[in-house]
Design a protein around this ligand. Structure first.
Ligand code: GLN
Length: 492
């Protein structure tokens, strides 16, 4: 059961082979046993999980069936959950119990999922390694001395270690796809505006997008069917008819044009990543897809552009944490200004402060035109590169990340080196485009490699279909991390 996909678990629940309460107990026991080593969860809530599971069992007993009814799930601790700590990985919110549910949390609850708890993350989703969390780093189940990626590292590690069959995350510059790649699971960053940002704590609002983690592309389609949809409470939510994200799972790859951007196959890619991705390209060619060379000439500017725009938006979004309305307040202060200063100095970590400083700098009078405005212009050029590419191909394929999971601390002294981890994941959100990461092999050290597929706006079903076809013929996505085998920890 622990290694089953959501699709398989739903079938077992529907046939009454197992109850939701039994399933919740199984995954809870494993989560509790493994979390001391992995630190994937900030909050584990057995009472909530069992209450949700009993409710799901009652719905099943009354004849109701649903692809997520009774399925255990974890939310990234960036999604507000009523009555539960919602910390965003920060000391600033380490005392914040949300009075309401995020749109995503509501939708998943309506679908009948069973909430096991909230997962670890980089502070305010700023990071690529989970090391900036106030709760300490989450660890990679393939090698506990290595990072799981970030910022949704806890969700990725939890799915990889089979603590939960599925989880949610958010991606601003790669935070779903990069940790999915580094932990050997699947993750989808949807088209901007597809998944509600209501109650999803804001980092960079023009980029932030929620999405699912799972073991297979098919599971991601099932999760998206529940997660996505119009929400009047999010002003950038798109009002479109509901779609079935599983509708293209049997897509015919023959004739599909897959673009290989030369910018994604250049220098700086680890040989193990290169080899696995090249092999996946050959698989798609054998399956009948046609590979074409495309160019994304401005992609090399994506990281610098992102590190102007994202901090600018963050500096504005994070101004709400003032120690007054909610969150951490300094115990001692001289006057009001001192209270703000001390509360923010104590509540935010180093990386968050760095971003606030950069953000206020690039927005300040005299620098706005030179940095922020310029970055917005280049952002448009990057989007135009993609628009041009879609005239020649249906999908773009490349590595998700230039390397596999790195040791804890390896990039801590060099923020730019850390930022370069996202060189292949940042372009898509700058253009609002969807991106999928699926496992495609291992490097020589036995660490998972992620393959990224990107498409035009609203091409999620096609991306998931291409991923599903690949997964019907390969089993990379079903491999288990060696540090968390099924027979250690509780549960089987
Ligand atoms: N690593 C990137 C950053 O630190 C992306 C994070 C994200 O997608 N939330 O901003």
């Amino acid at each position: 059961m622990l290694n089953a996909t959501v699709a398989q678990l739903a079938r077992a629940l529907g046939r009454r082979e197992i109850s939701s309460v039994e399933l919740a107990r199984l995954f809870l026991a494993r989560t509790q046993a493994l979390n001391a080593g992995l630190n994937a969860f900030i909050t584990i809530d057995p009472d909530r999980a069992l209450a949700d599971a009993r409710a799901a069992d009652a719905r099943i007993a009354s004849g109701e069936r649903g692809p997520l009814l009774g399925i255990p799930l974890a939310h990234k601790d960036i999604f507000c959950t009523r009555g539960m700590l919602t910390s965003c990985g920060s000391r600033m919110l380490s005392n914040f119990v949300s009075p309401y549910d995020a749109g995503v949390v509501e939708r998943m609850a309506r679908a009948g999922t069973v909430l096991l708890g909230k997962t670890n993350m980089d502070e305010f989703a700023m990071g690529s390694s989970n090391e900036s969390s106030w709760y300490g780093p989450a660890r990679n189940p393939w090698d506990l001395a290595r990072v799981p990626g970030g910022s949704s590292g806890g969700s990725a590690a939890a799915v990889a270690a089979r603590m939960v069959p599925a989880a949610t995350g958010t991606d601003t510059g790669g935070s779903i796809r990069q940790p999915a790649a580094l932990t050997g699971v699947c993750g989808l960053k949807p088209t901007y505006g597809t998944v509600s940002r209501y109650g999803m704590i804001a980092y960079a609002s023009s980029l932030d997008q929620g999405g699912p983690f799972g073991k297979s592309a098919e599971d991601l389609a099932i999760l998206m069917n529940a997660m996505a949809g119009f929400d009047t409470r999010d002003s950038t939510s798109l009002e479109r008819p509901d779609e079935d994200y599983a509708r293209s799972l049997d897509v015919n790859l023959a004739g599909l044009r897959i673009g290989l951007p030369e910018e994604f196959f250049g220098e700086g890619i680890e040989p193990g990543v290169r080899r696995a991705v090249d092999e996946a390209v050959r698989w798609f060619e054998k399956a009948g897809a046609k590979t074409v060379r495309v160019r994304l000439p401005n992609a090399r500017l994506a990281v610098p552009v992102y590190y102007v725009i994202a901090p600018a938006e963050a500096s504005s979004n994070l101004s709400r944490y003032d120690g007054v309305r909610y969150g951490h307040r300094a115990a001692e202060y001289a006057d009001l200004a001192d209270m703000y200063r001390r509360s923010r100095a104590e509540g935010f970590g180093r990386e968050v402060k760095r971003r606030i400083l950069i953000g206020t700098y690039v927005l300040s009078h005299g620098y706005y035109d030179a940095y922020y405005l310029q970055a917005q212009k280049v952002r448009r050029l990057i989007a135009q590169d993609f628009a041009e590419a879609w005239r020649h191909c249906d999908l773009i394929l490349g590595p998700t990340s230039p390397g596999t999971a790195f040791p804890l601390g390896a990039n801590s002294d060099d923020p730019v080196k850390m930022y370069l981890n996202d060189i292949f994941t940042i372009p898509a959100p700058l253009a609002g485009l969807p991106g999928l990461s699926i496992p495609c092999g291992f490097d020589e050290a036995g660490l998972p490699v992620g393959l990224q597929l990107m498409g035009d706006h609203f091409s999620e079903a096609l991306l998931l279909g291409a991923g599903h076809r690949y997964q019907q013929d390969t089993d990379w996505h079903l491999r288990m991390p060696r540090e968390t085998p099924l027979d250690t920890g509780a549960g089987k």
